[in-house]
Design a protein around this ligand. Structure first.
Ligand SMILES: [Zn+2]
Ligand SMILES: [Zn+2]
Length: 643
């Protein structure tokens, strides 16, 4: 029997009989694989993800893939979806099968069934899945001629699978079988069903075949799975917590914002308290940007279509844009703020002495998102970005990026978010010279290193027009949210012929940085709501103090107290309703107001207020002056800049 040379990640090698399964090869070098052999999920052979049962037939490099990697989790969860499908096949004869991919934190499978699944159905399916897992049946891969597979699935009435095969142009397709269930699948899969140590079906929802509402509505069952029970428990606890913090629910409870069918999907109505919260965030941003040498600008919401053609948006982004026509002239409604900023730059002749220029705009943009992906404030069709464009010389690039990173770090720290950074480098399809890419990527890298930031590299994941840094913040329950980005751009300065006169008197091309710190204000407020579970810190709370009167005899005193607090710069709401004080307190507590000032006959007589704090409850009575002093200590206006 011939032997092959298998190379492990630590560059050690082994001579193994040809045909050795990849999993077996990895087990011979446990130390070289992540985790123990039991936790191996798949193998990467010469860069390609494969089953642990795949025979190795040539010299190769091999690496173990465990649950600790995104690919490993995907294989694990996707295998779980096959088990779900097998259970549905067993329990619902006549069900037809569409697709069952892994998703961010679990998996789903789409089924065509006569009537929607009920919660009782999900319980039965879970029970059947547990049996399938207990039986520990192997996943077996086989190949079939495409046409044979097509007629086989058609013959079984599996029209969705047949449609999927029709789109495949390879002569053969792969099939995976576990127990009595066979599925068209590229793989790879776990070795056997018993590897799934913990799983849970989470929900069921209608979903159109291929996401197209002209197609038939299928039933999508969502679930998740883990290699151990503790991890599942932690996850379930977290989604429970996430449900409680859902910004759509809290937004309604705190009366921050709403959506209305009559207005249109994905279009936010900001109610007074939500608008105030937004104002506080935006004011904070304006001050911070001015303090860091940015200049505020504004551009129009609609710009001529020709300009969008010139920028490349018309060719590359048109389907996400809205257009309108005025006086027989076509206009594009802006999905981005860059163009006006460049036109402002071009309104003067610029010298190297003018640079860098940092144009900041709280720019409202419209982007057409499919109705299926709209979600509360996080995915909307109109939103405002804290957008800035820095136009600088190539020599200034690194310093400018360092400034942006420092800015982001300060702001994240102020809101209490930890964050991670990723540098995305040149993709295969890209424009610009090697020198430009090297300069920009080098500048991003140096700025990251110089700022002492740890960062991951996404090789080849940059935009086609330049490399970028993505910043993901972590909220109170450990979820990541993409907010800030810093992006270098070579194309737009070229397309808009931006120039500056260099020290040698020659016109030169500046570099442009697109950057946002919070990103979409709508989305960031959603993150704030969920992070704080609606209990905003004092400086962000739209209502900082609720003034509550015990009887109507204190109404006048209540108004006076509220006026004094407002005059001291605090945001106050009076509750002079003829309701029991216990009821008013409970309501203010539910509204998560940081301070309550409770006024009865004694407080009025003594010119004092009984103070309750959101976290501590009753903290005794204070004179009005003392109370204002206490509020002032909370810091009404936050700033991270050094004065
Ligand atoms: Zn599969
Ligand atoms: Zn831009």
């Amino acid at each position: 029997m011939s032997t092959i040379t298998v190379t492990f990640p630590d560059n050690t090698t082994a001579e193994l009989p040809s045909g050795t399964a990849s999993g077996k090869a990895l087990q011979s070098r446990i130390a070289a694989a992540p985790g123990t052999p039991g936790s191996l999920i798949a193998a990467r052979v010469d860069g390609r993800l494969t089953d642990l049962t795949t025979p190795l037939t040539a010299d190769c490099r091999i690496e173990g893939v465990g649950f600790d990697s995104p690919e490993g989790r995907d294989v694990f969860r996707h295998s779980s979806s096959h088990i779900l499908a097998e259970a549905v096949a067993d329990l619902f004869p006549g069900a037809k099968f569409a697709i069952g991919p892994a998703i961010e934190e679990g998996f789903y499978y789409d089924f065509d069934v006569e009537k929607p699944f009920t919660p009782e159905d999900l319980e039965r399916i879970e029970k059947r899945m547990a049996e399938i897992i207990k039986a520990n049946t192997p996943f077996v891969r086989s190949e079939m001629a495409r046409d044979e597979a097509l007629s086989s699935f058609r013959g079984k009435g599996e029209l969705y699978k047949a449609e999927l095969i029709e789109a495949i142009h390879d002569p053969t397709v792969s099939i995976y079988r576990q127990g009595g269930f066979t599925d068209l699948c590229r793989g790879p899969h776990i070795t056997s069903t018993g590897k799934i140590k913990a799983f849970k079906l989470l929900s069921v929802a209608g979903a159109y075949w291929r996401g197209d509402e002209k197609n038939r509505m299928l039933q999508r069952i969502y679930g998740t799975s883990f290699p151990d029970k503790a991890a599942l428990e932690t996850y379930l606890h977290r989604i429970e917590e996430a449900k409680k913090r859902d910004h759509r629910k809290i937004g309604k409870e705190l009366d921050l914002f709403s959506f209305a069918d009559e207005v249109g999907p994905g279009l936010v109505l900001w109610h007074p308290k939500g608008a105030l919260l937004r104002y506080i965030v935006e004011e904070f941003e304006r001050r911070e940007h001015l303090a860091r040498g940015y200049q505020m600008v504004f551009g129009p919401r609609i710009l001529r279509e020709e300009l969008w053609r010139r920028s490349g948006h018309y060719d590359n982004y048109r389907e996400n844009m809205y257009f309108t026509e005025i006086d027989e002239q076509r206009y594009g409604i802006k999905p981005m703020n860059c163009l006006s900023h460049m036109m402002i730059y071009k309104s003067h002749r610029r010298s190297y002495r003018d640079l860098p220029l940092r144009y900041f705009e709280l720019g409202t943009v419209n982007r057409h998102e499919k109705s299926g992906v709209l979600h509360g404030l996080t995915r909307v069709r109109e939103f405002t970005q804290d957008d800035a464009h820095i136009i600088c010389t190539p020599e200034q690039l690194q310093g400018e990026i360092a400034g942006v990173l420092g800015f982001i770090k300060d702001v994240m720290g102020l809101f209490g978010f930890a964050f991670t950074l990723e540098l995305s480098t040149r993709p295969e399809k890209s424009i610009g010279s090697d020198a430009d890419w090297d300069l920009a990527t080098g500048a991003l890298r140096e700025a990251l290193a110089g700022g002492g930031f740890a960062f991951a590299i996404n090789e080849g994941d940059g935009a086609f027009y330049g490399p970028k840094i993505d910043i993901k913040l972590q909220d109170a329950i450990g979820r990541s949210w993409q907010c800030a980005t810093v992006q270098c751009d070579f194309t737009l300065p070229e397309r808009f012929d931006l120039t500056y006169i260099a020290a040698d008197g020659q016109p030169k091309r500046p570099v442009m940085i697109h950057r946002v710190v919070l990103g979409s204000i709508e989305r960031f407020i959603a993150v704030l709501i969920e992070h704080f579970a609606g209990a905003f810190p004092f400086w962000l709370a739209p209502v900082q103090v609720a003034v509550l009167t015990i009887t109507s005899a204190q109404d006048q005193y209540g108004r006076e107290v509220a006026a004094r607090l407002r005059a001291a710069g605090h945001r106050v709401e009076e509750d002079l309703r003829n309701e029991k004080i216990g009821y008013k307190i409970r309501e203010a507590q539910l509204q998560k107001v940081p301070f309550m000032a409770i006024l009865g006959a004694r407080e009025q007589a003594e010119g004092r207020v009984a103070v309750r704090r959101r976290e501590q409850g009753d903290v005794g009575t204070l004179s009005l002056e003392e109370f204002i002093g206490l509020l002032n200590e909370q810091g009404g206006q936050r700033t991270v800049t050094v004065a």
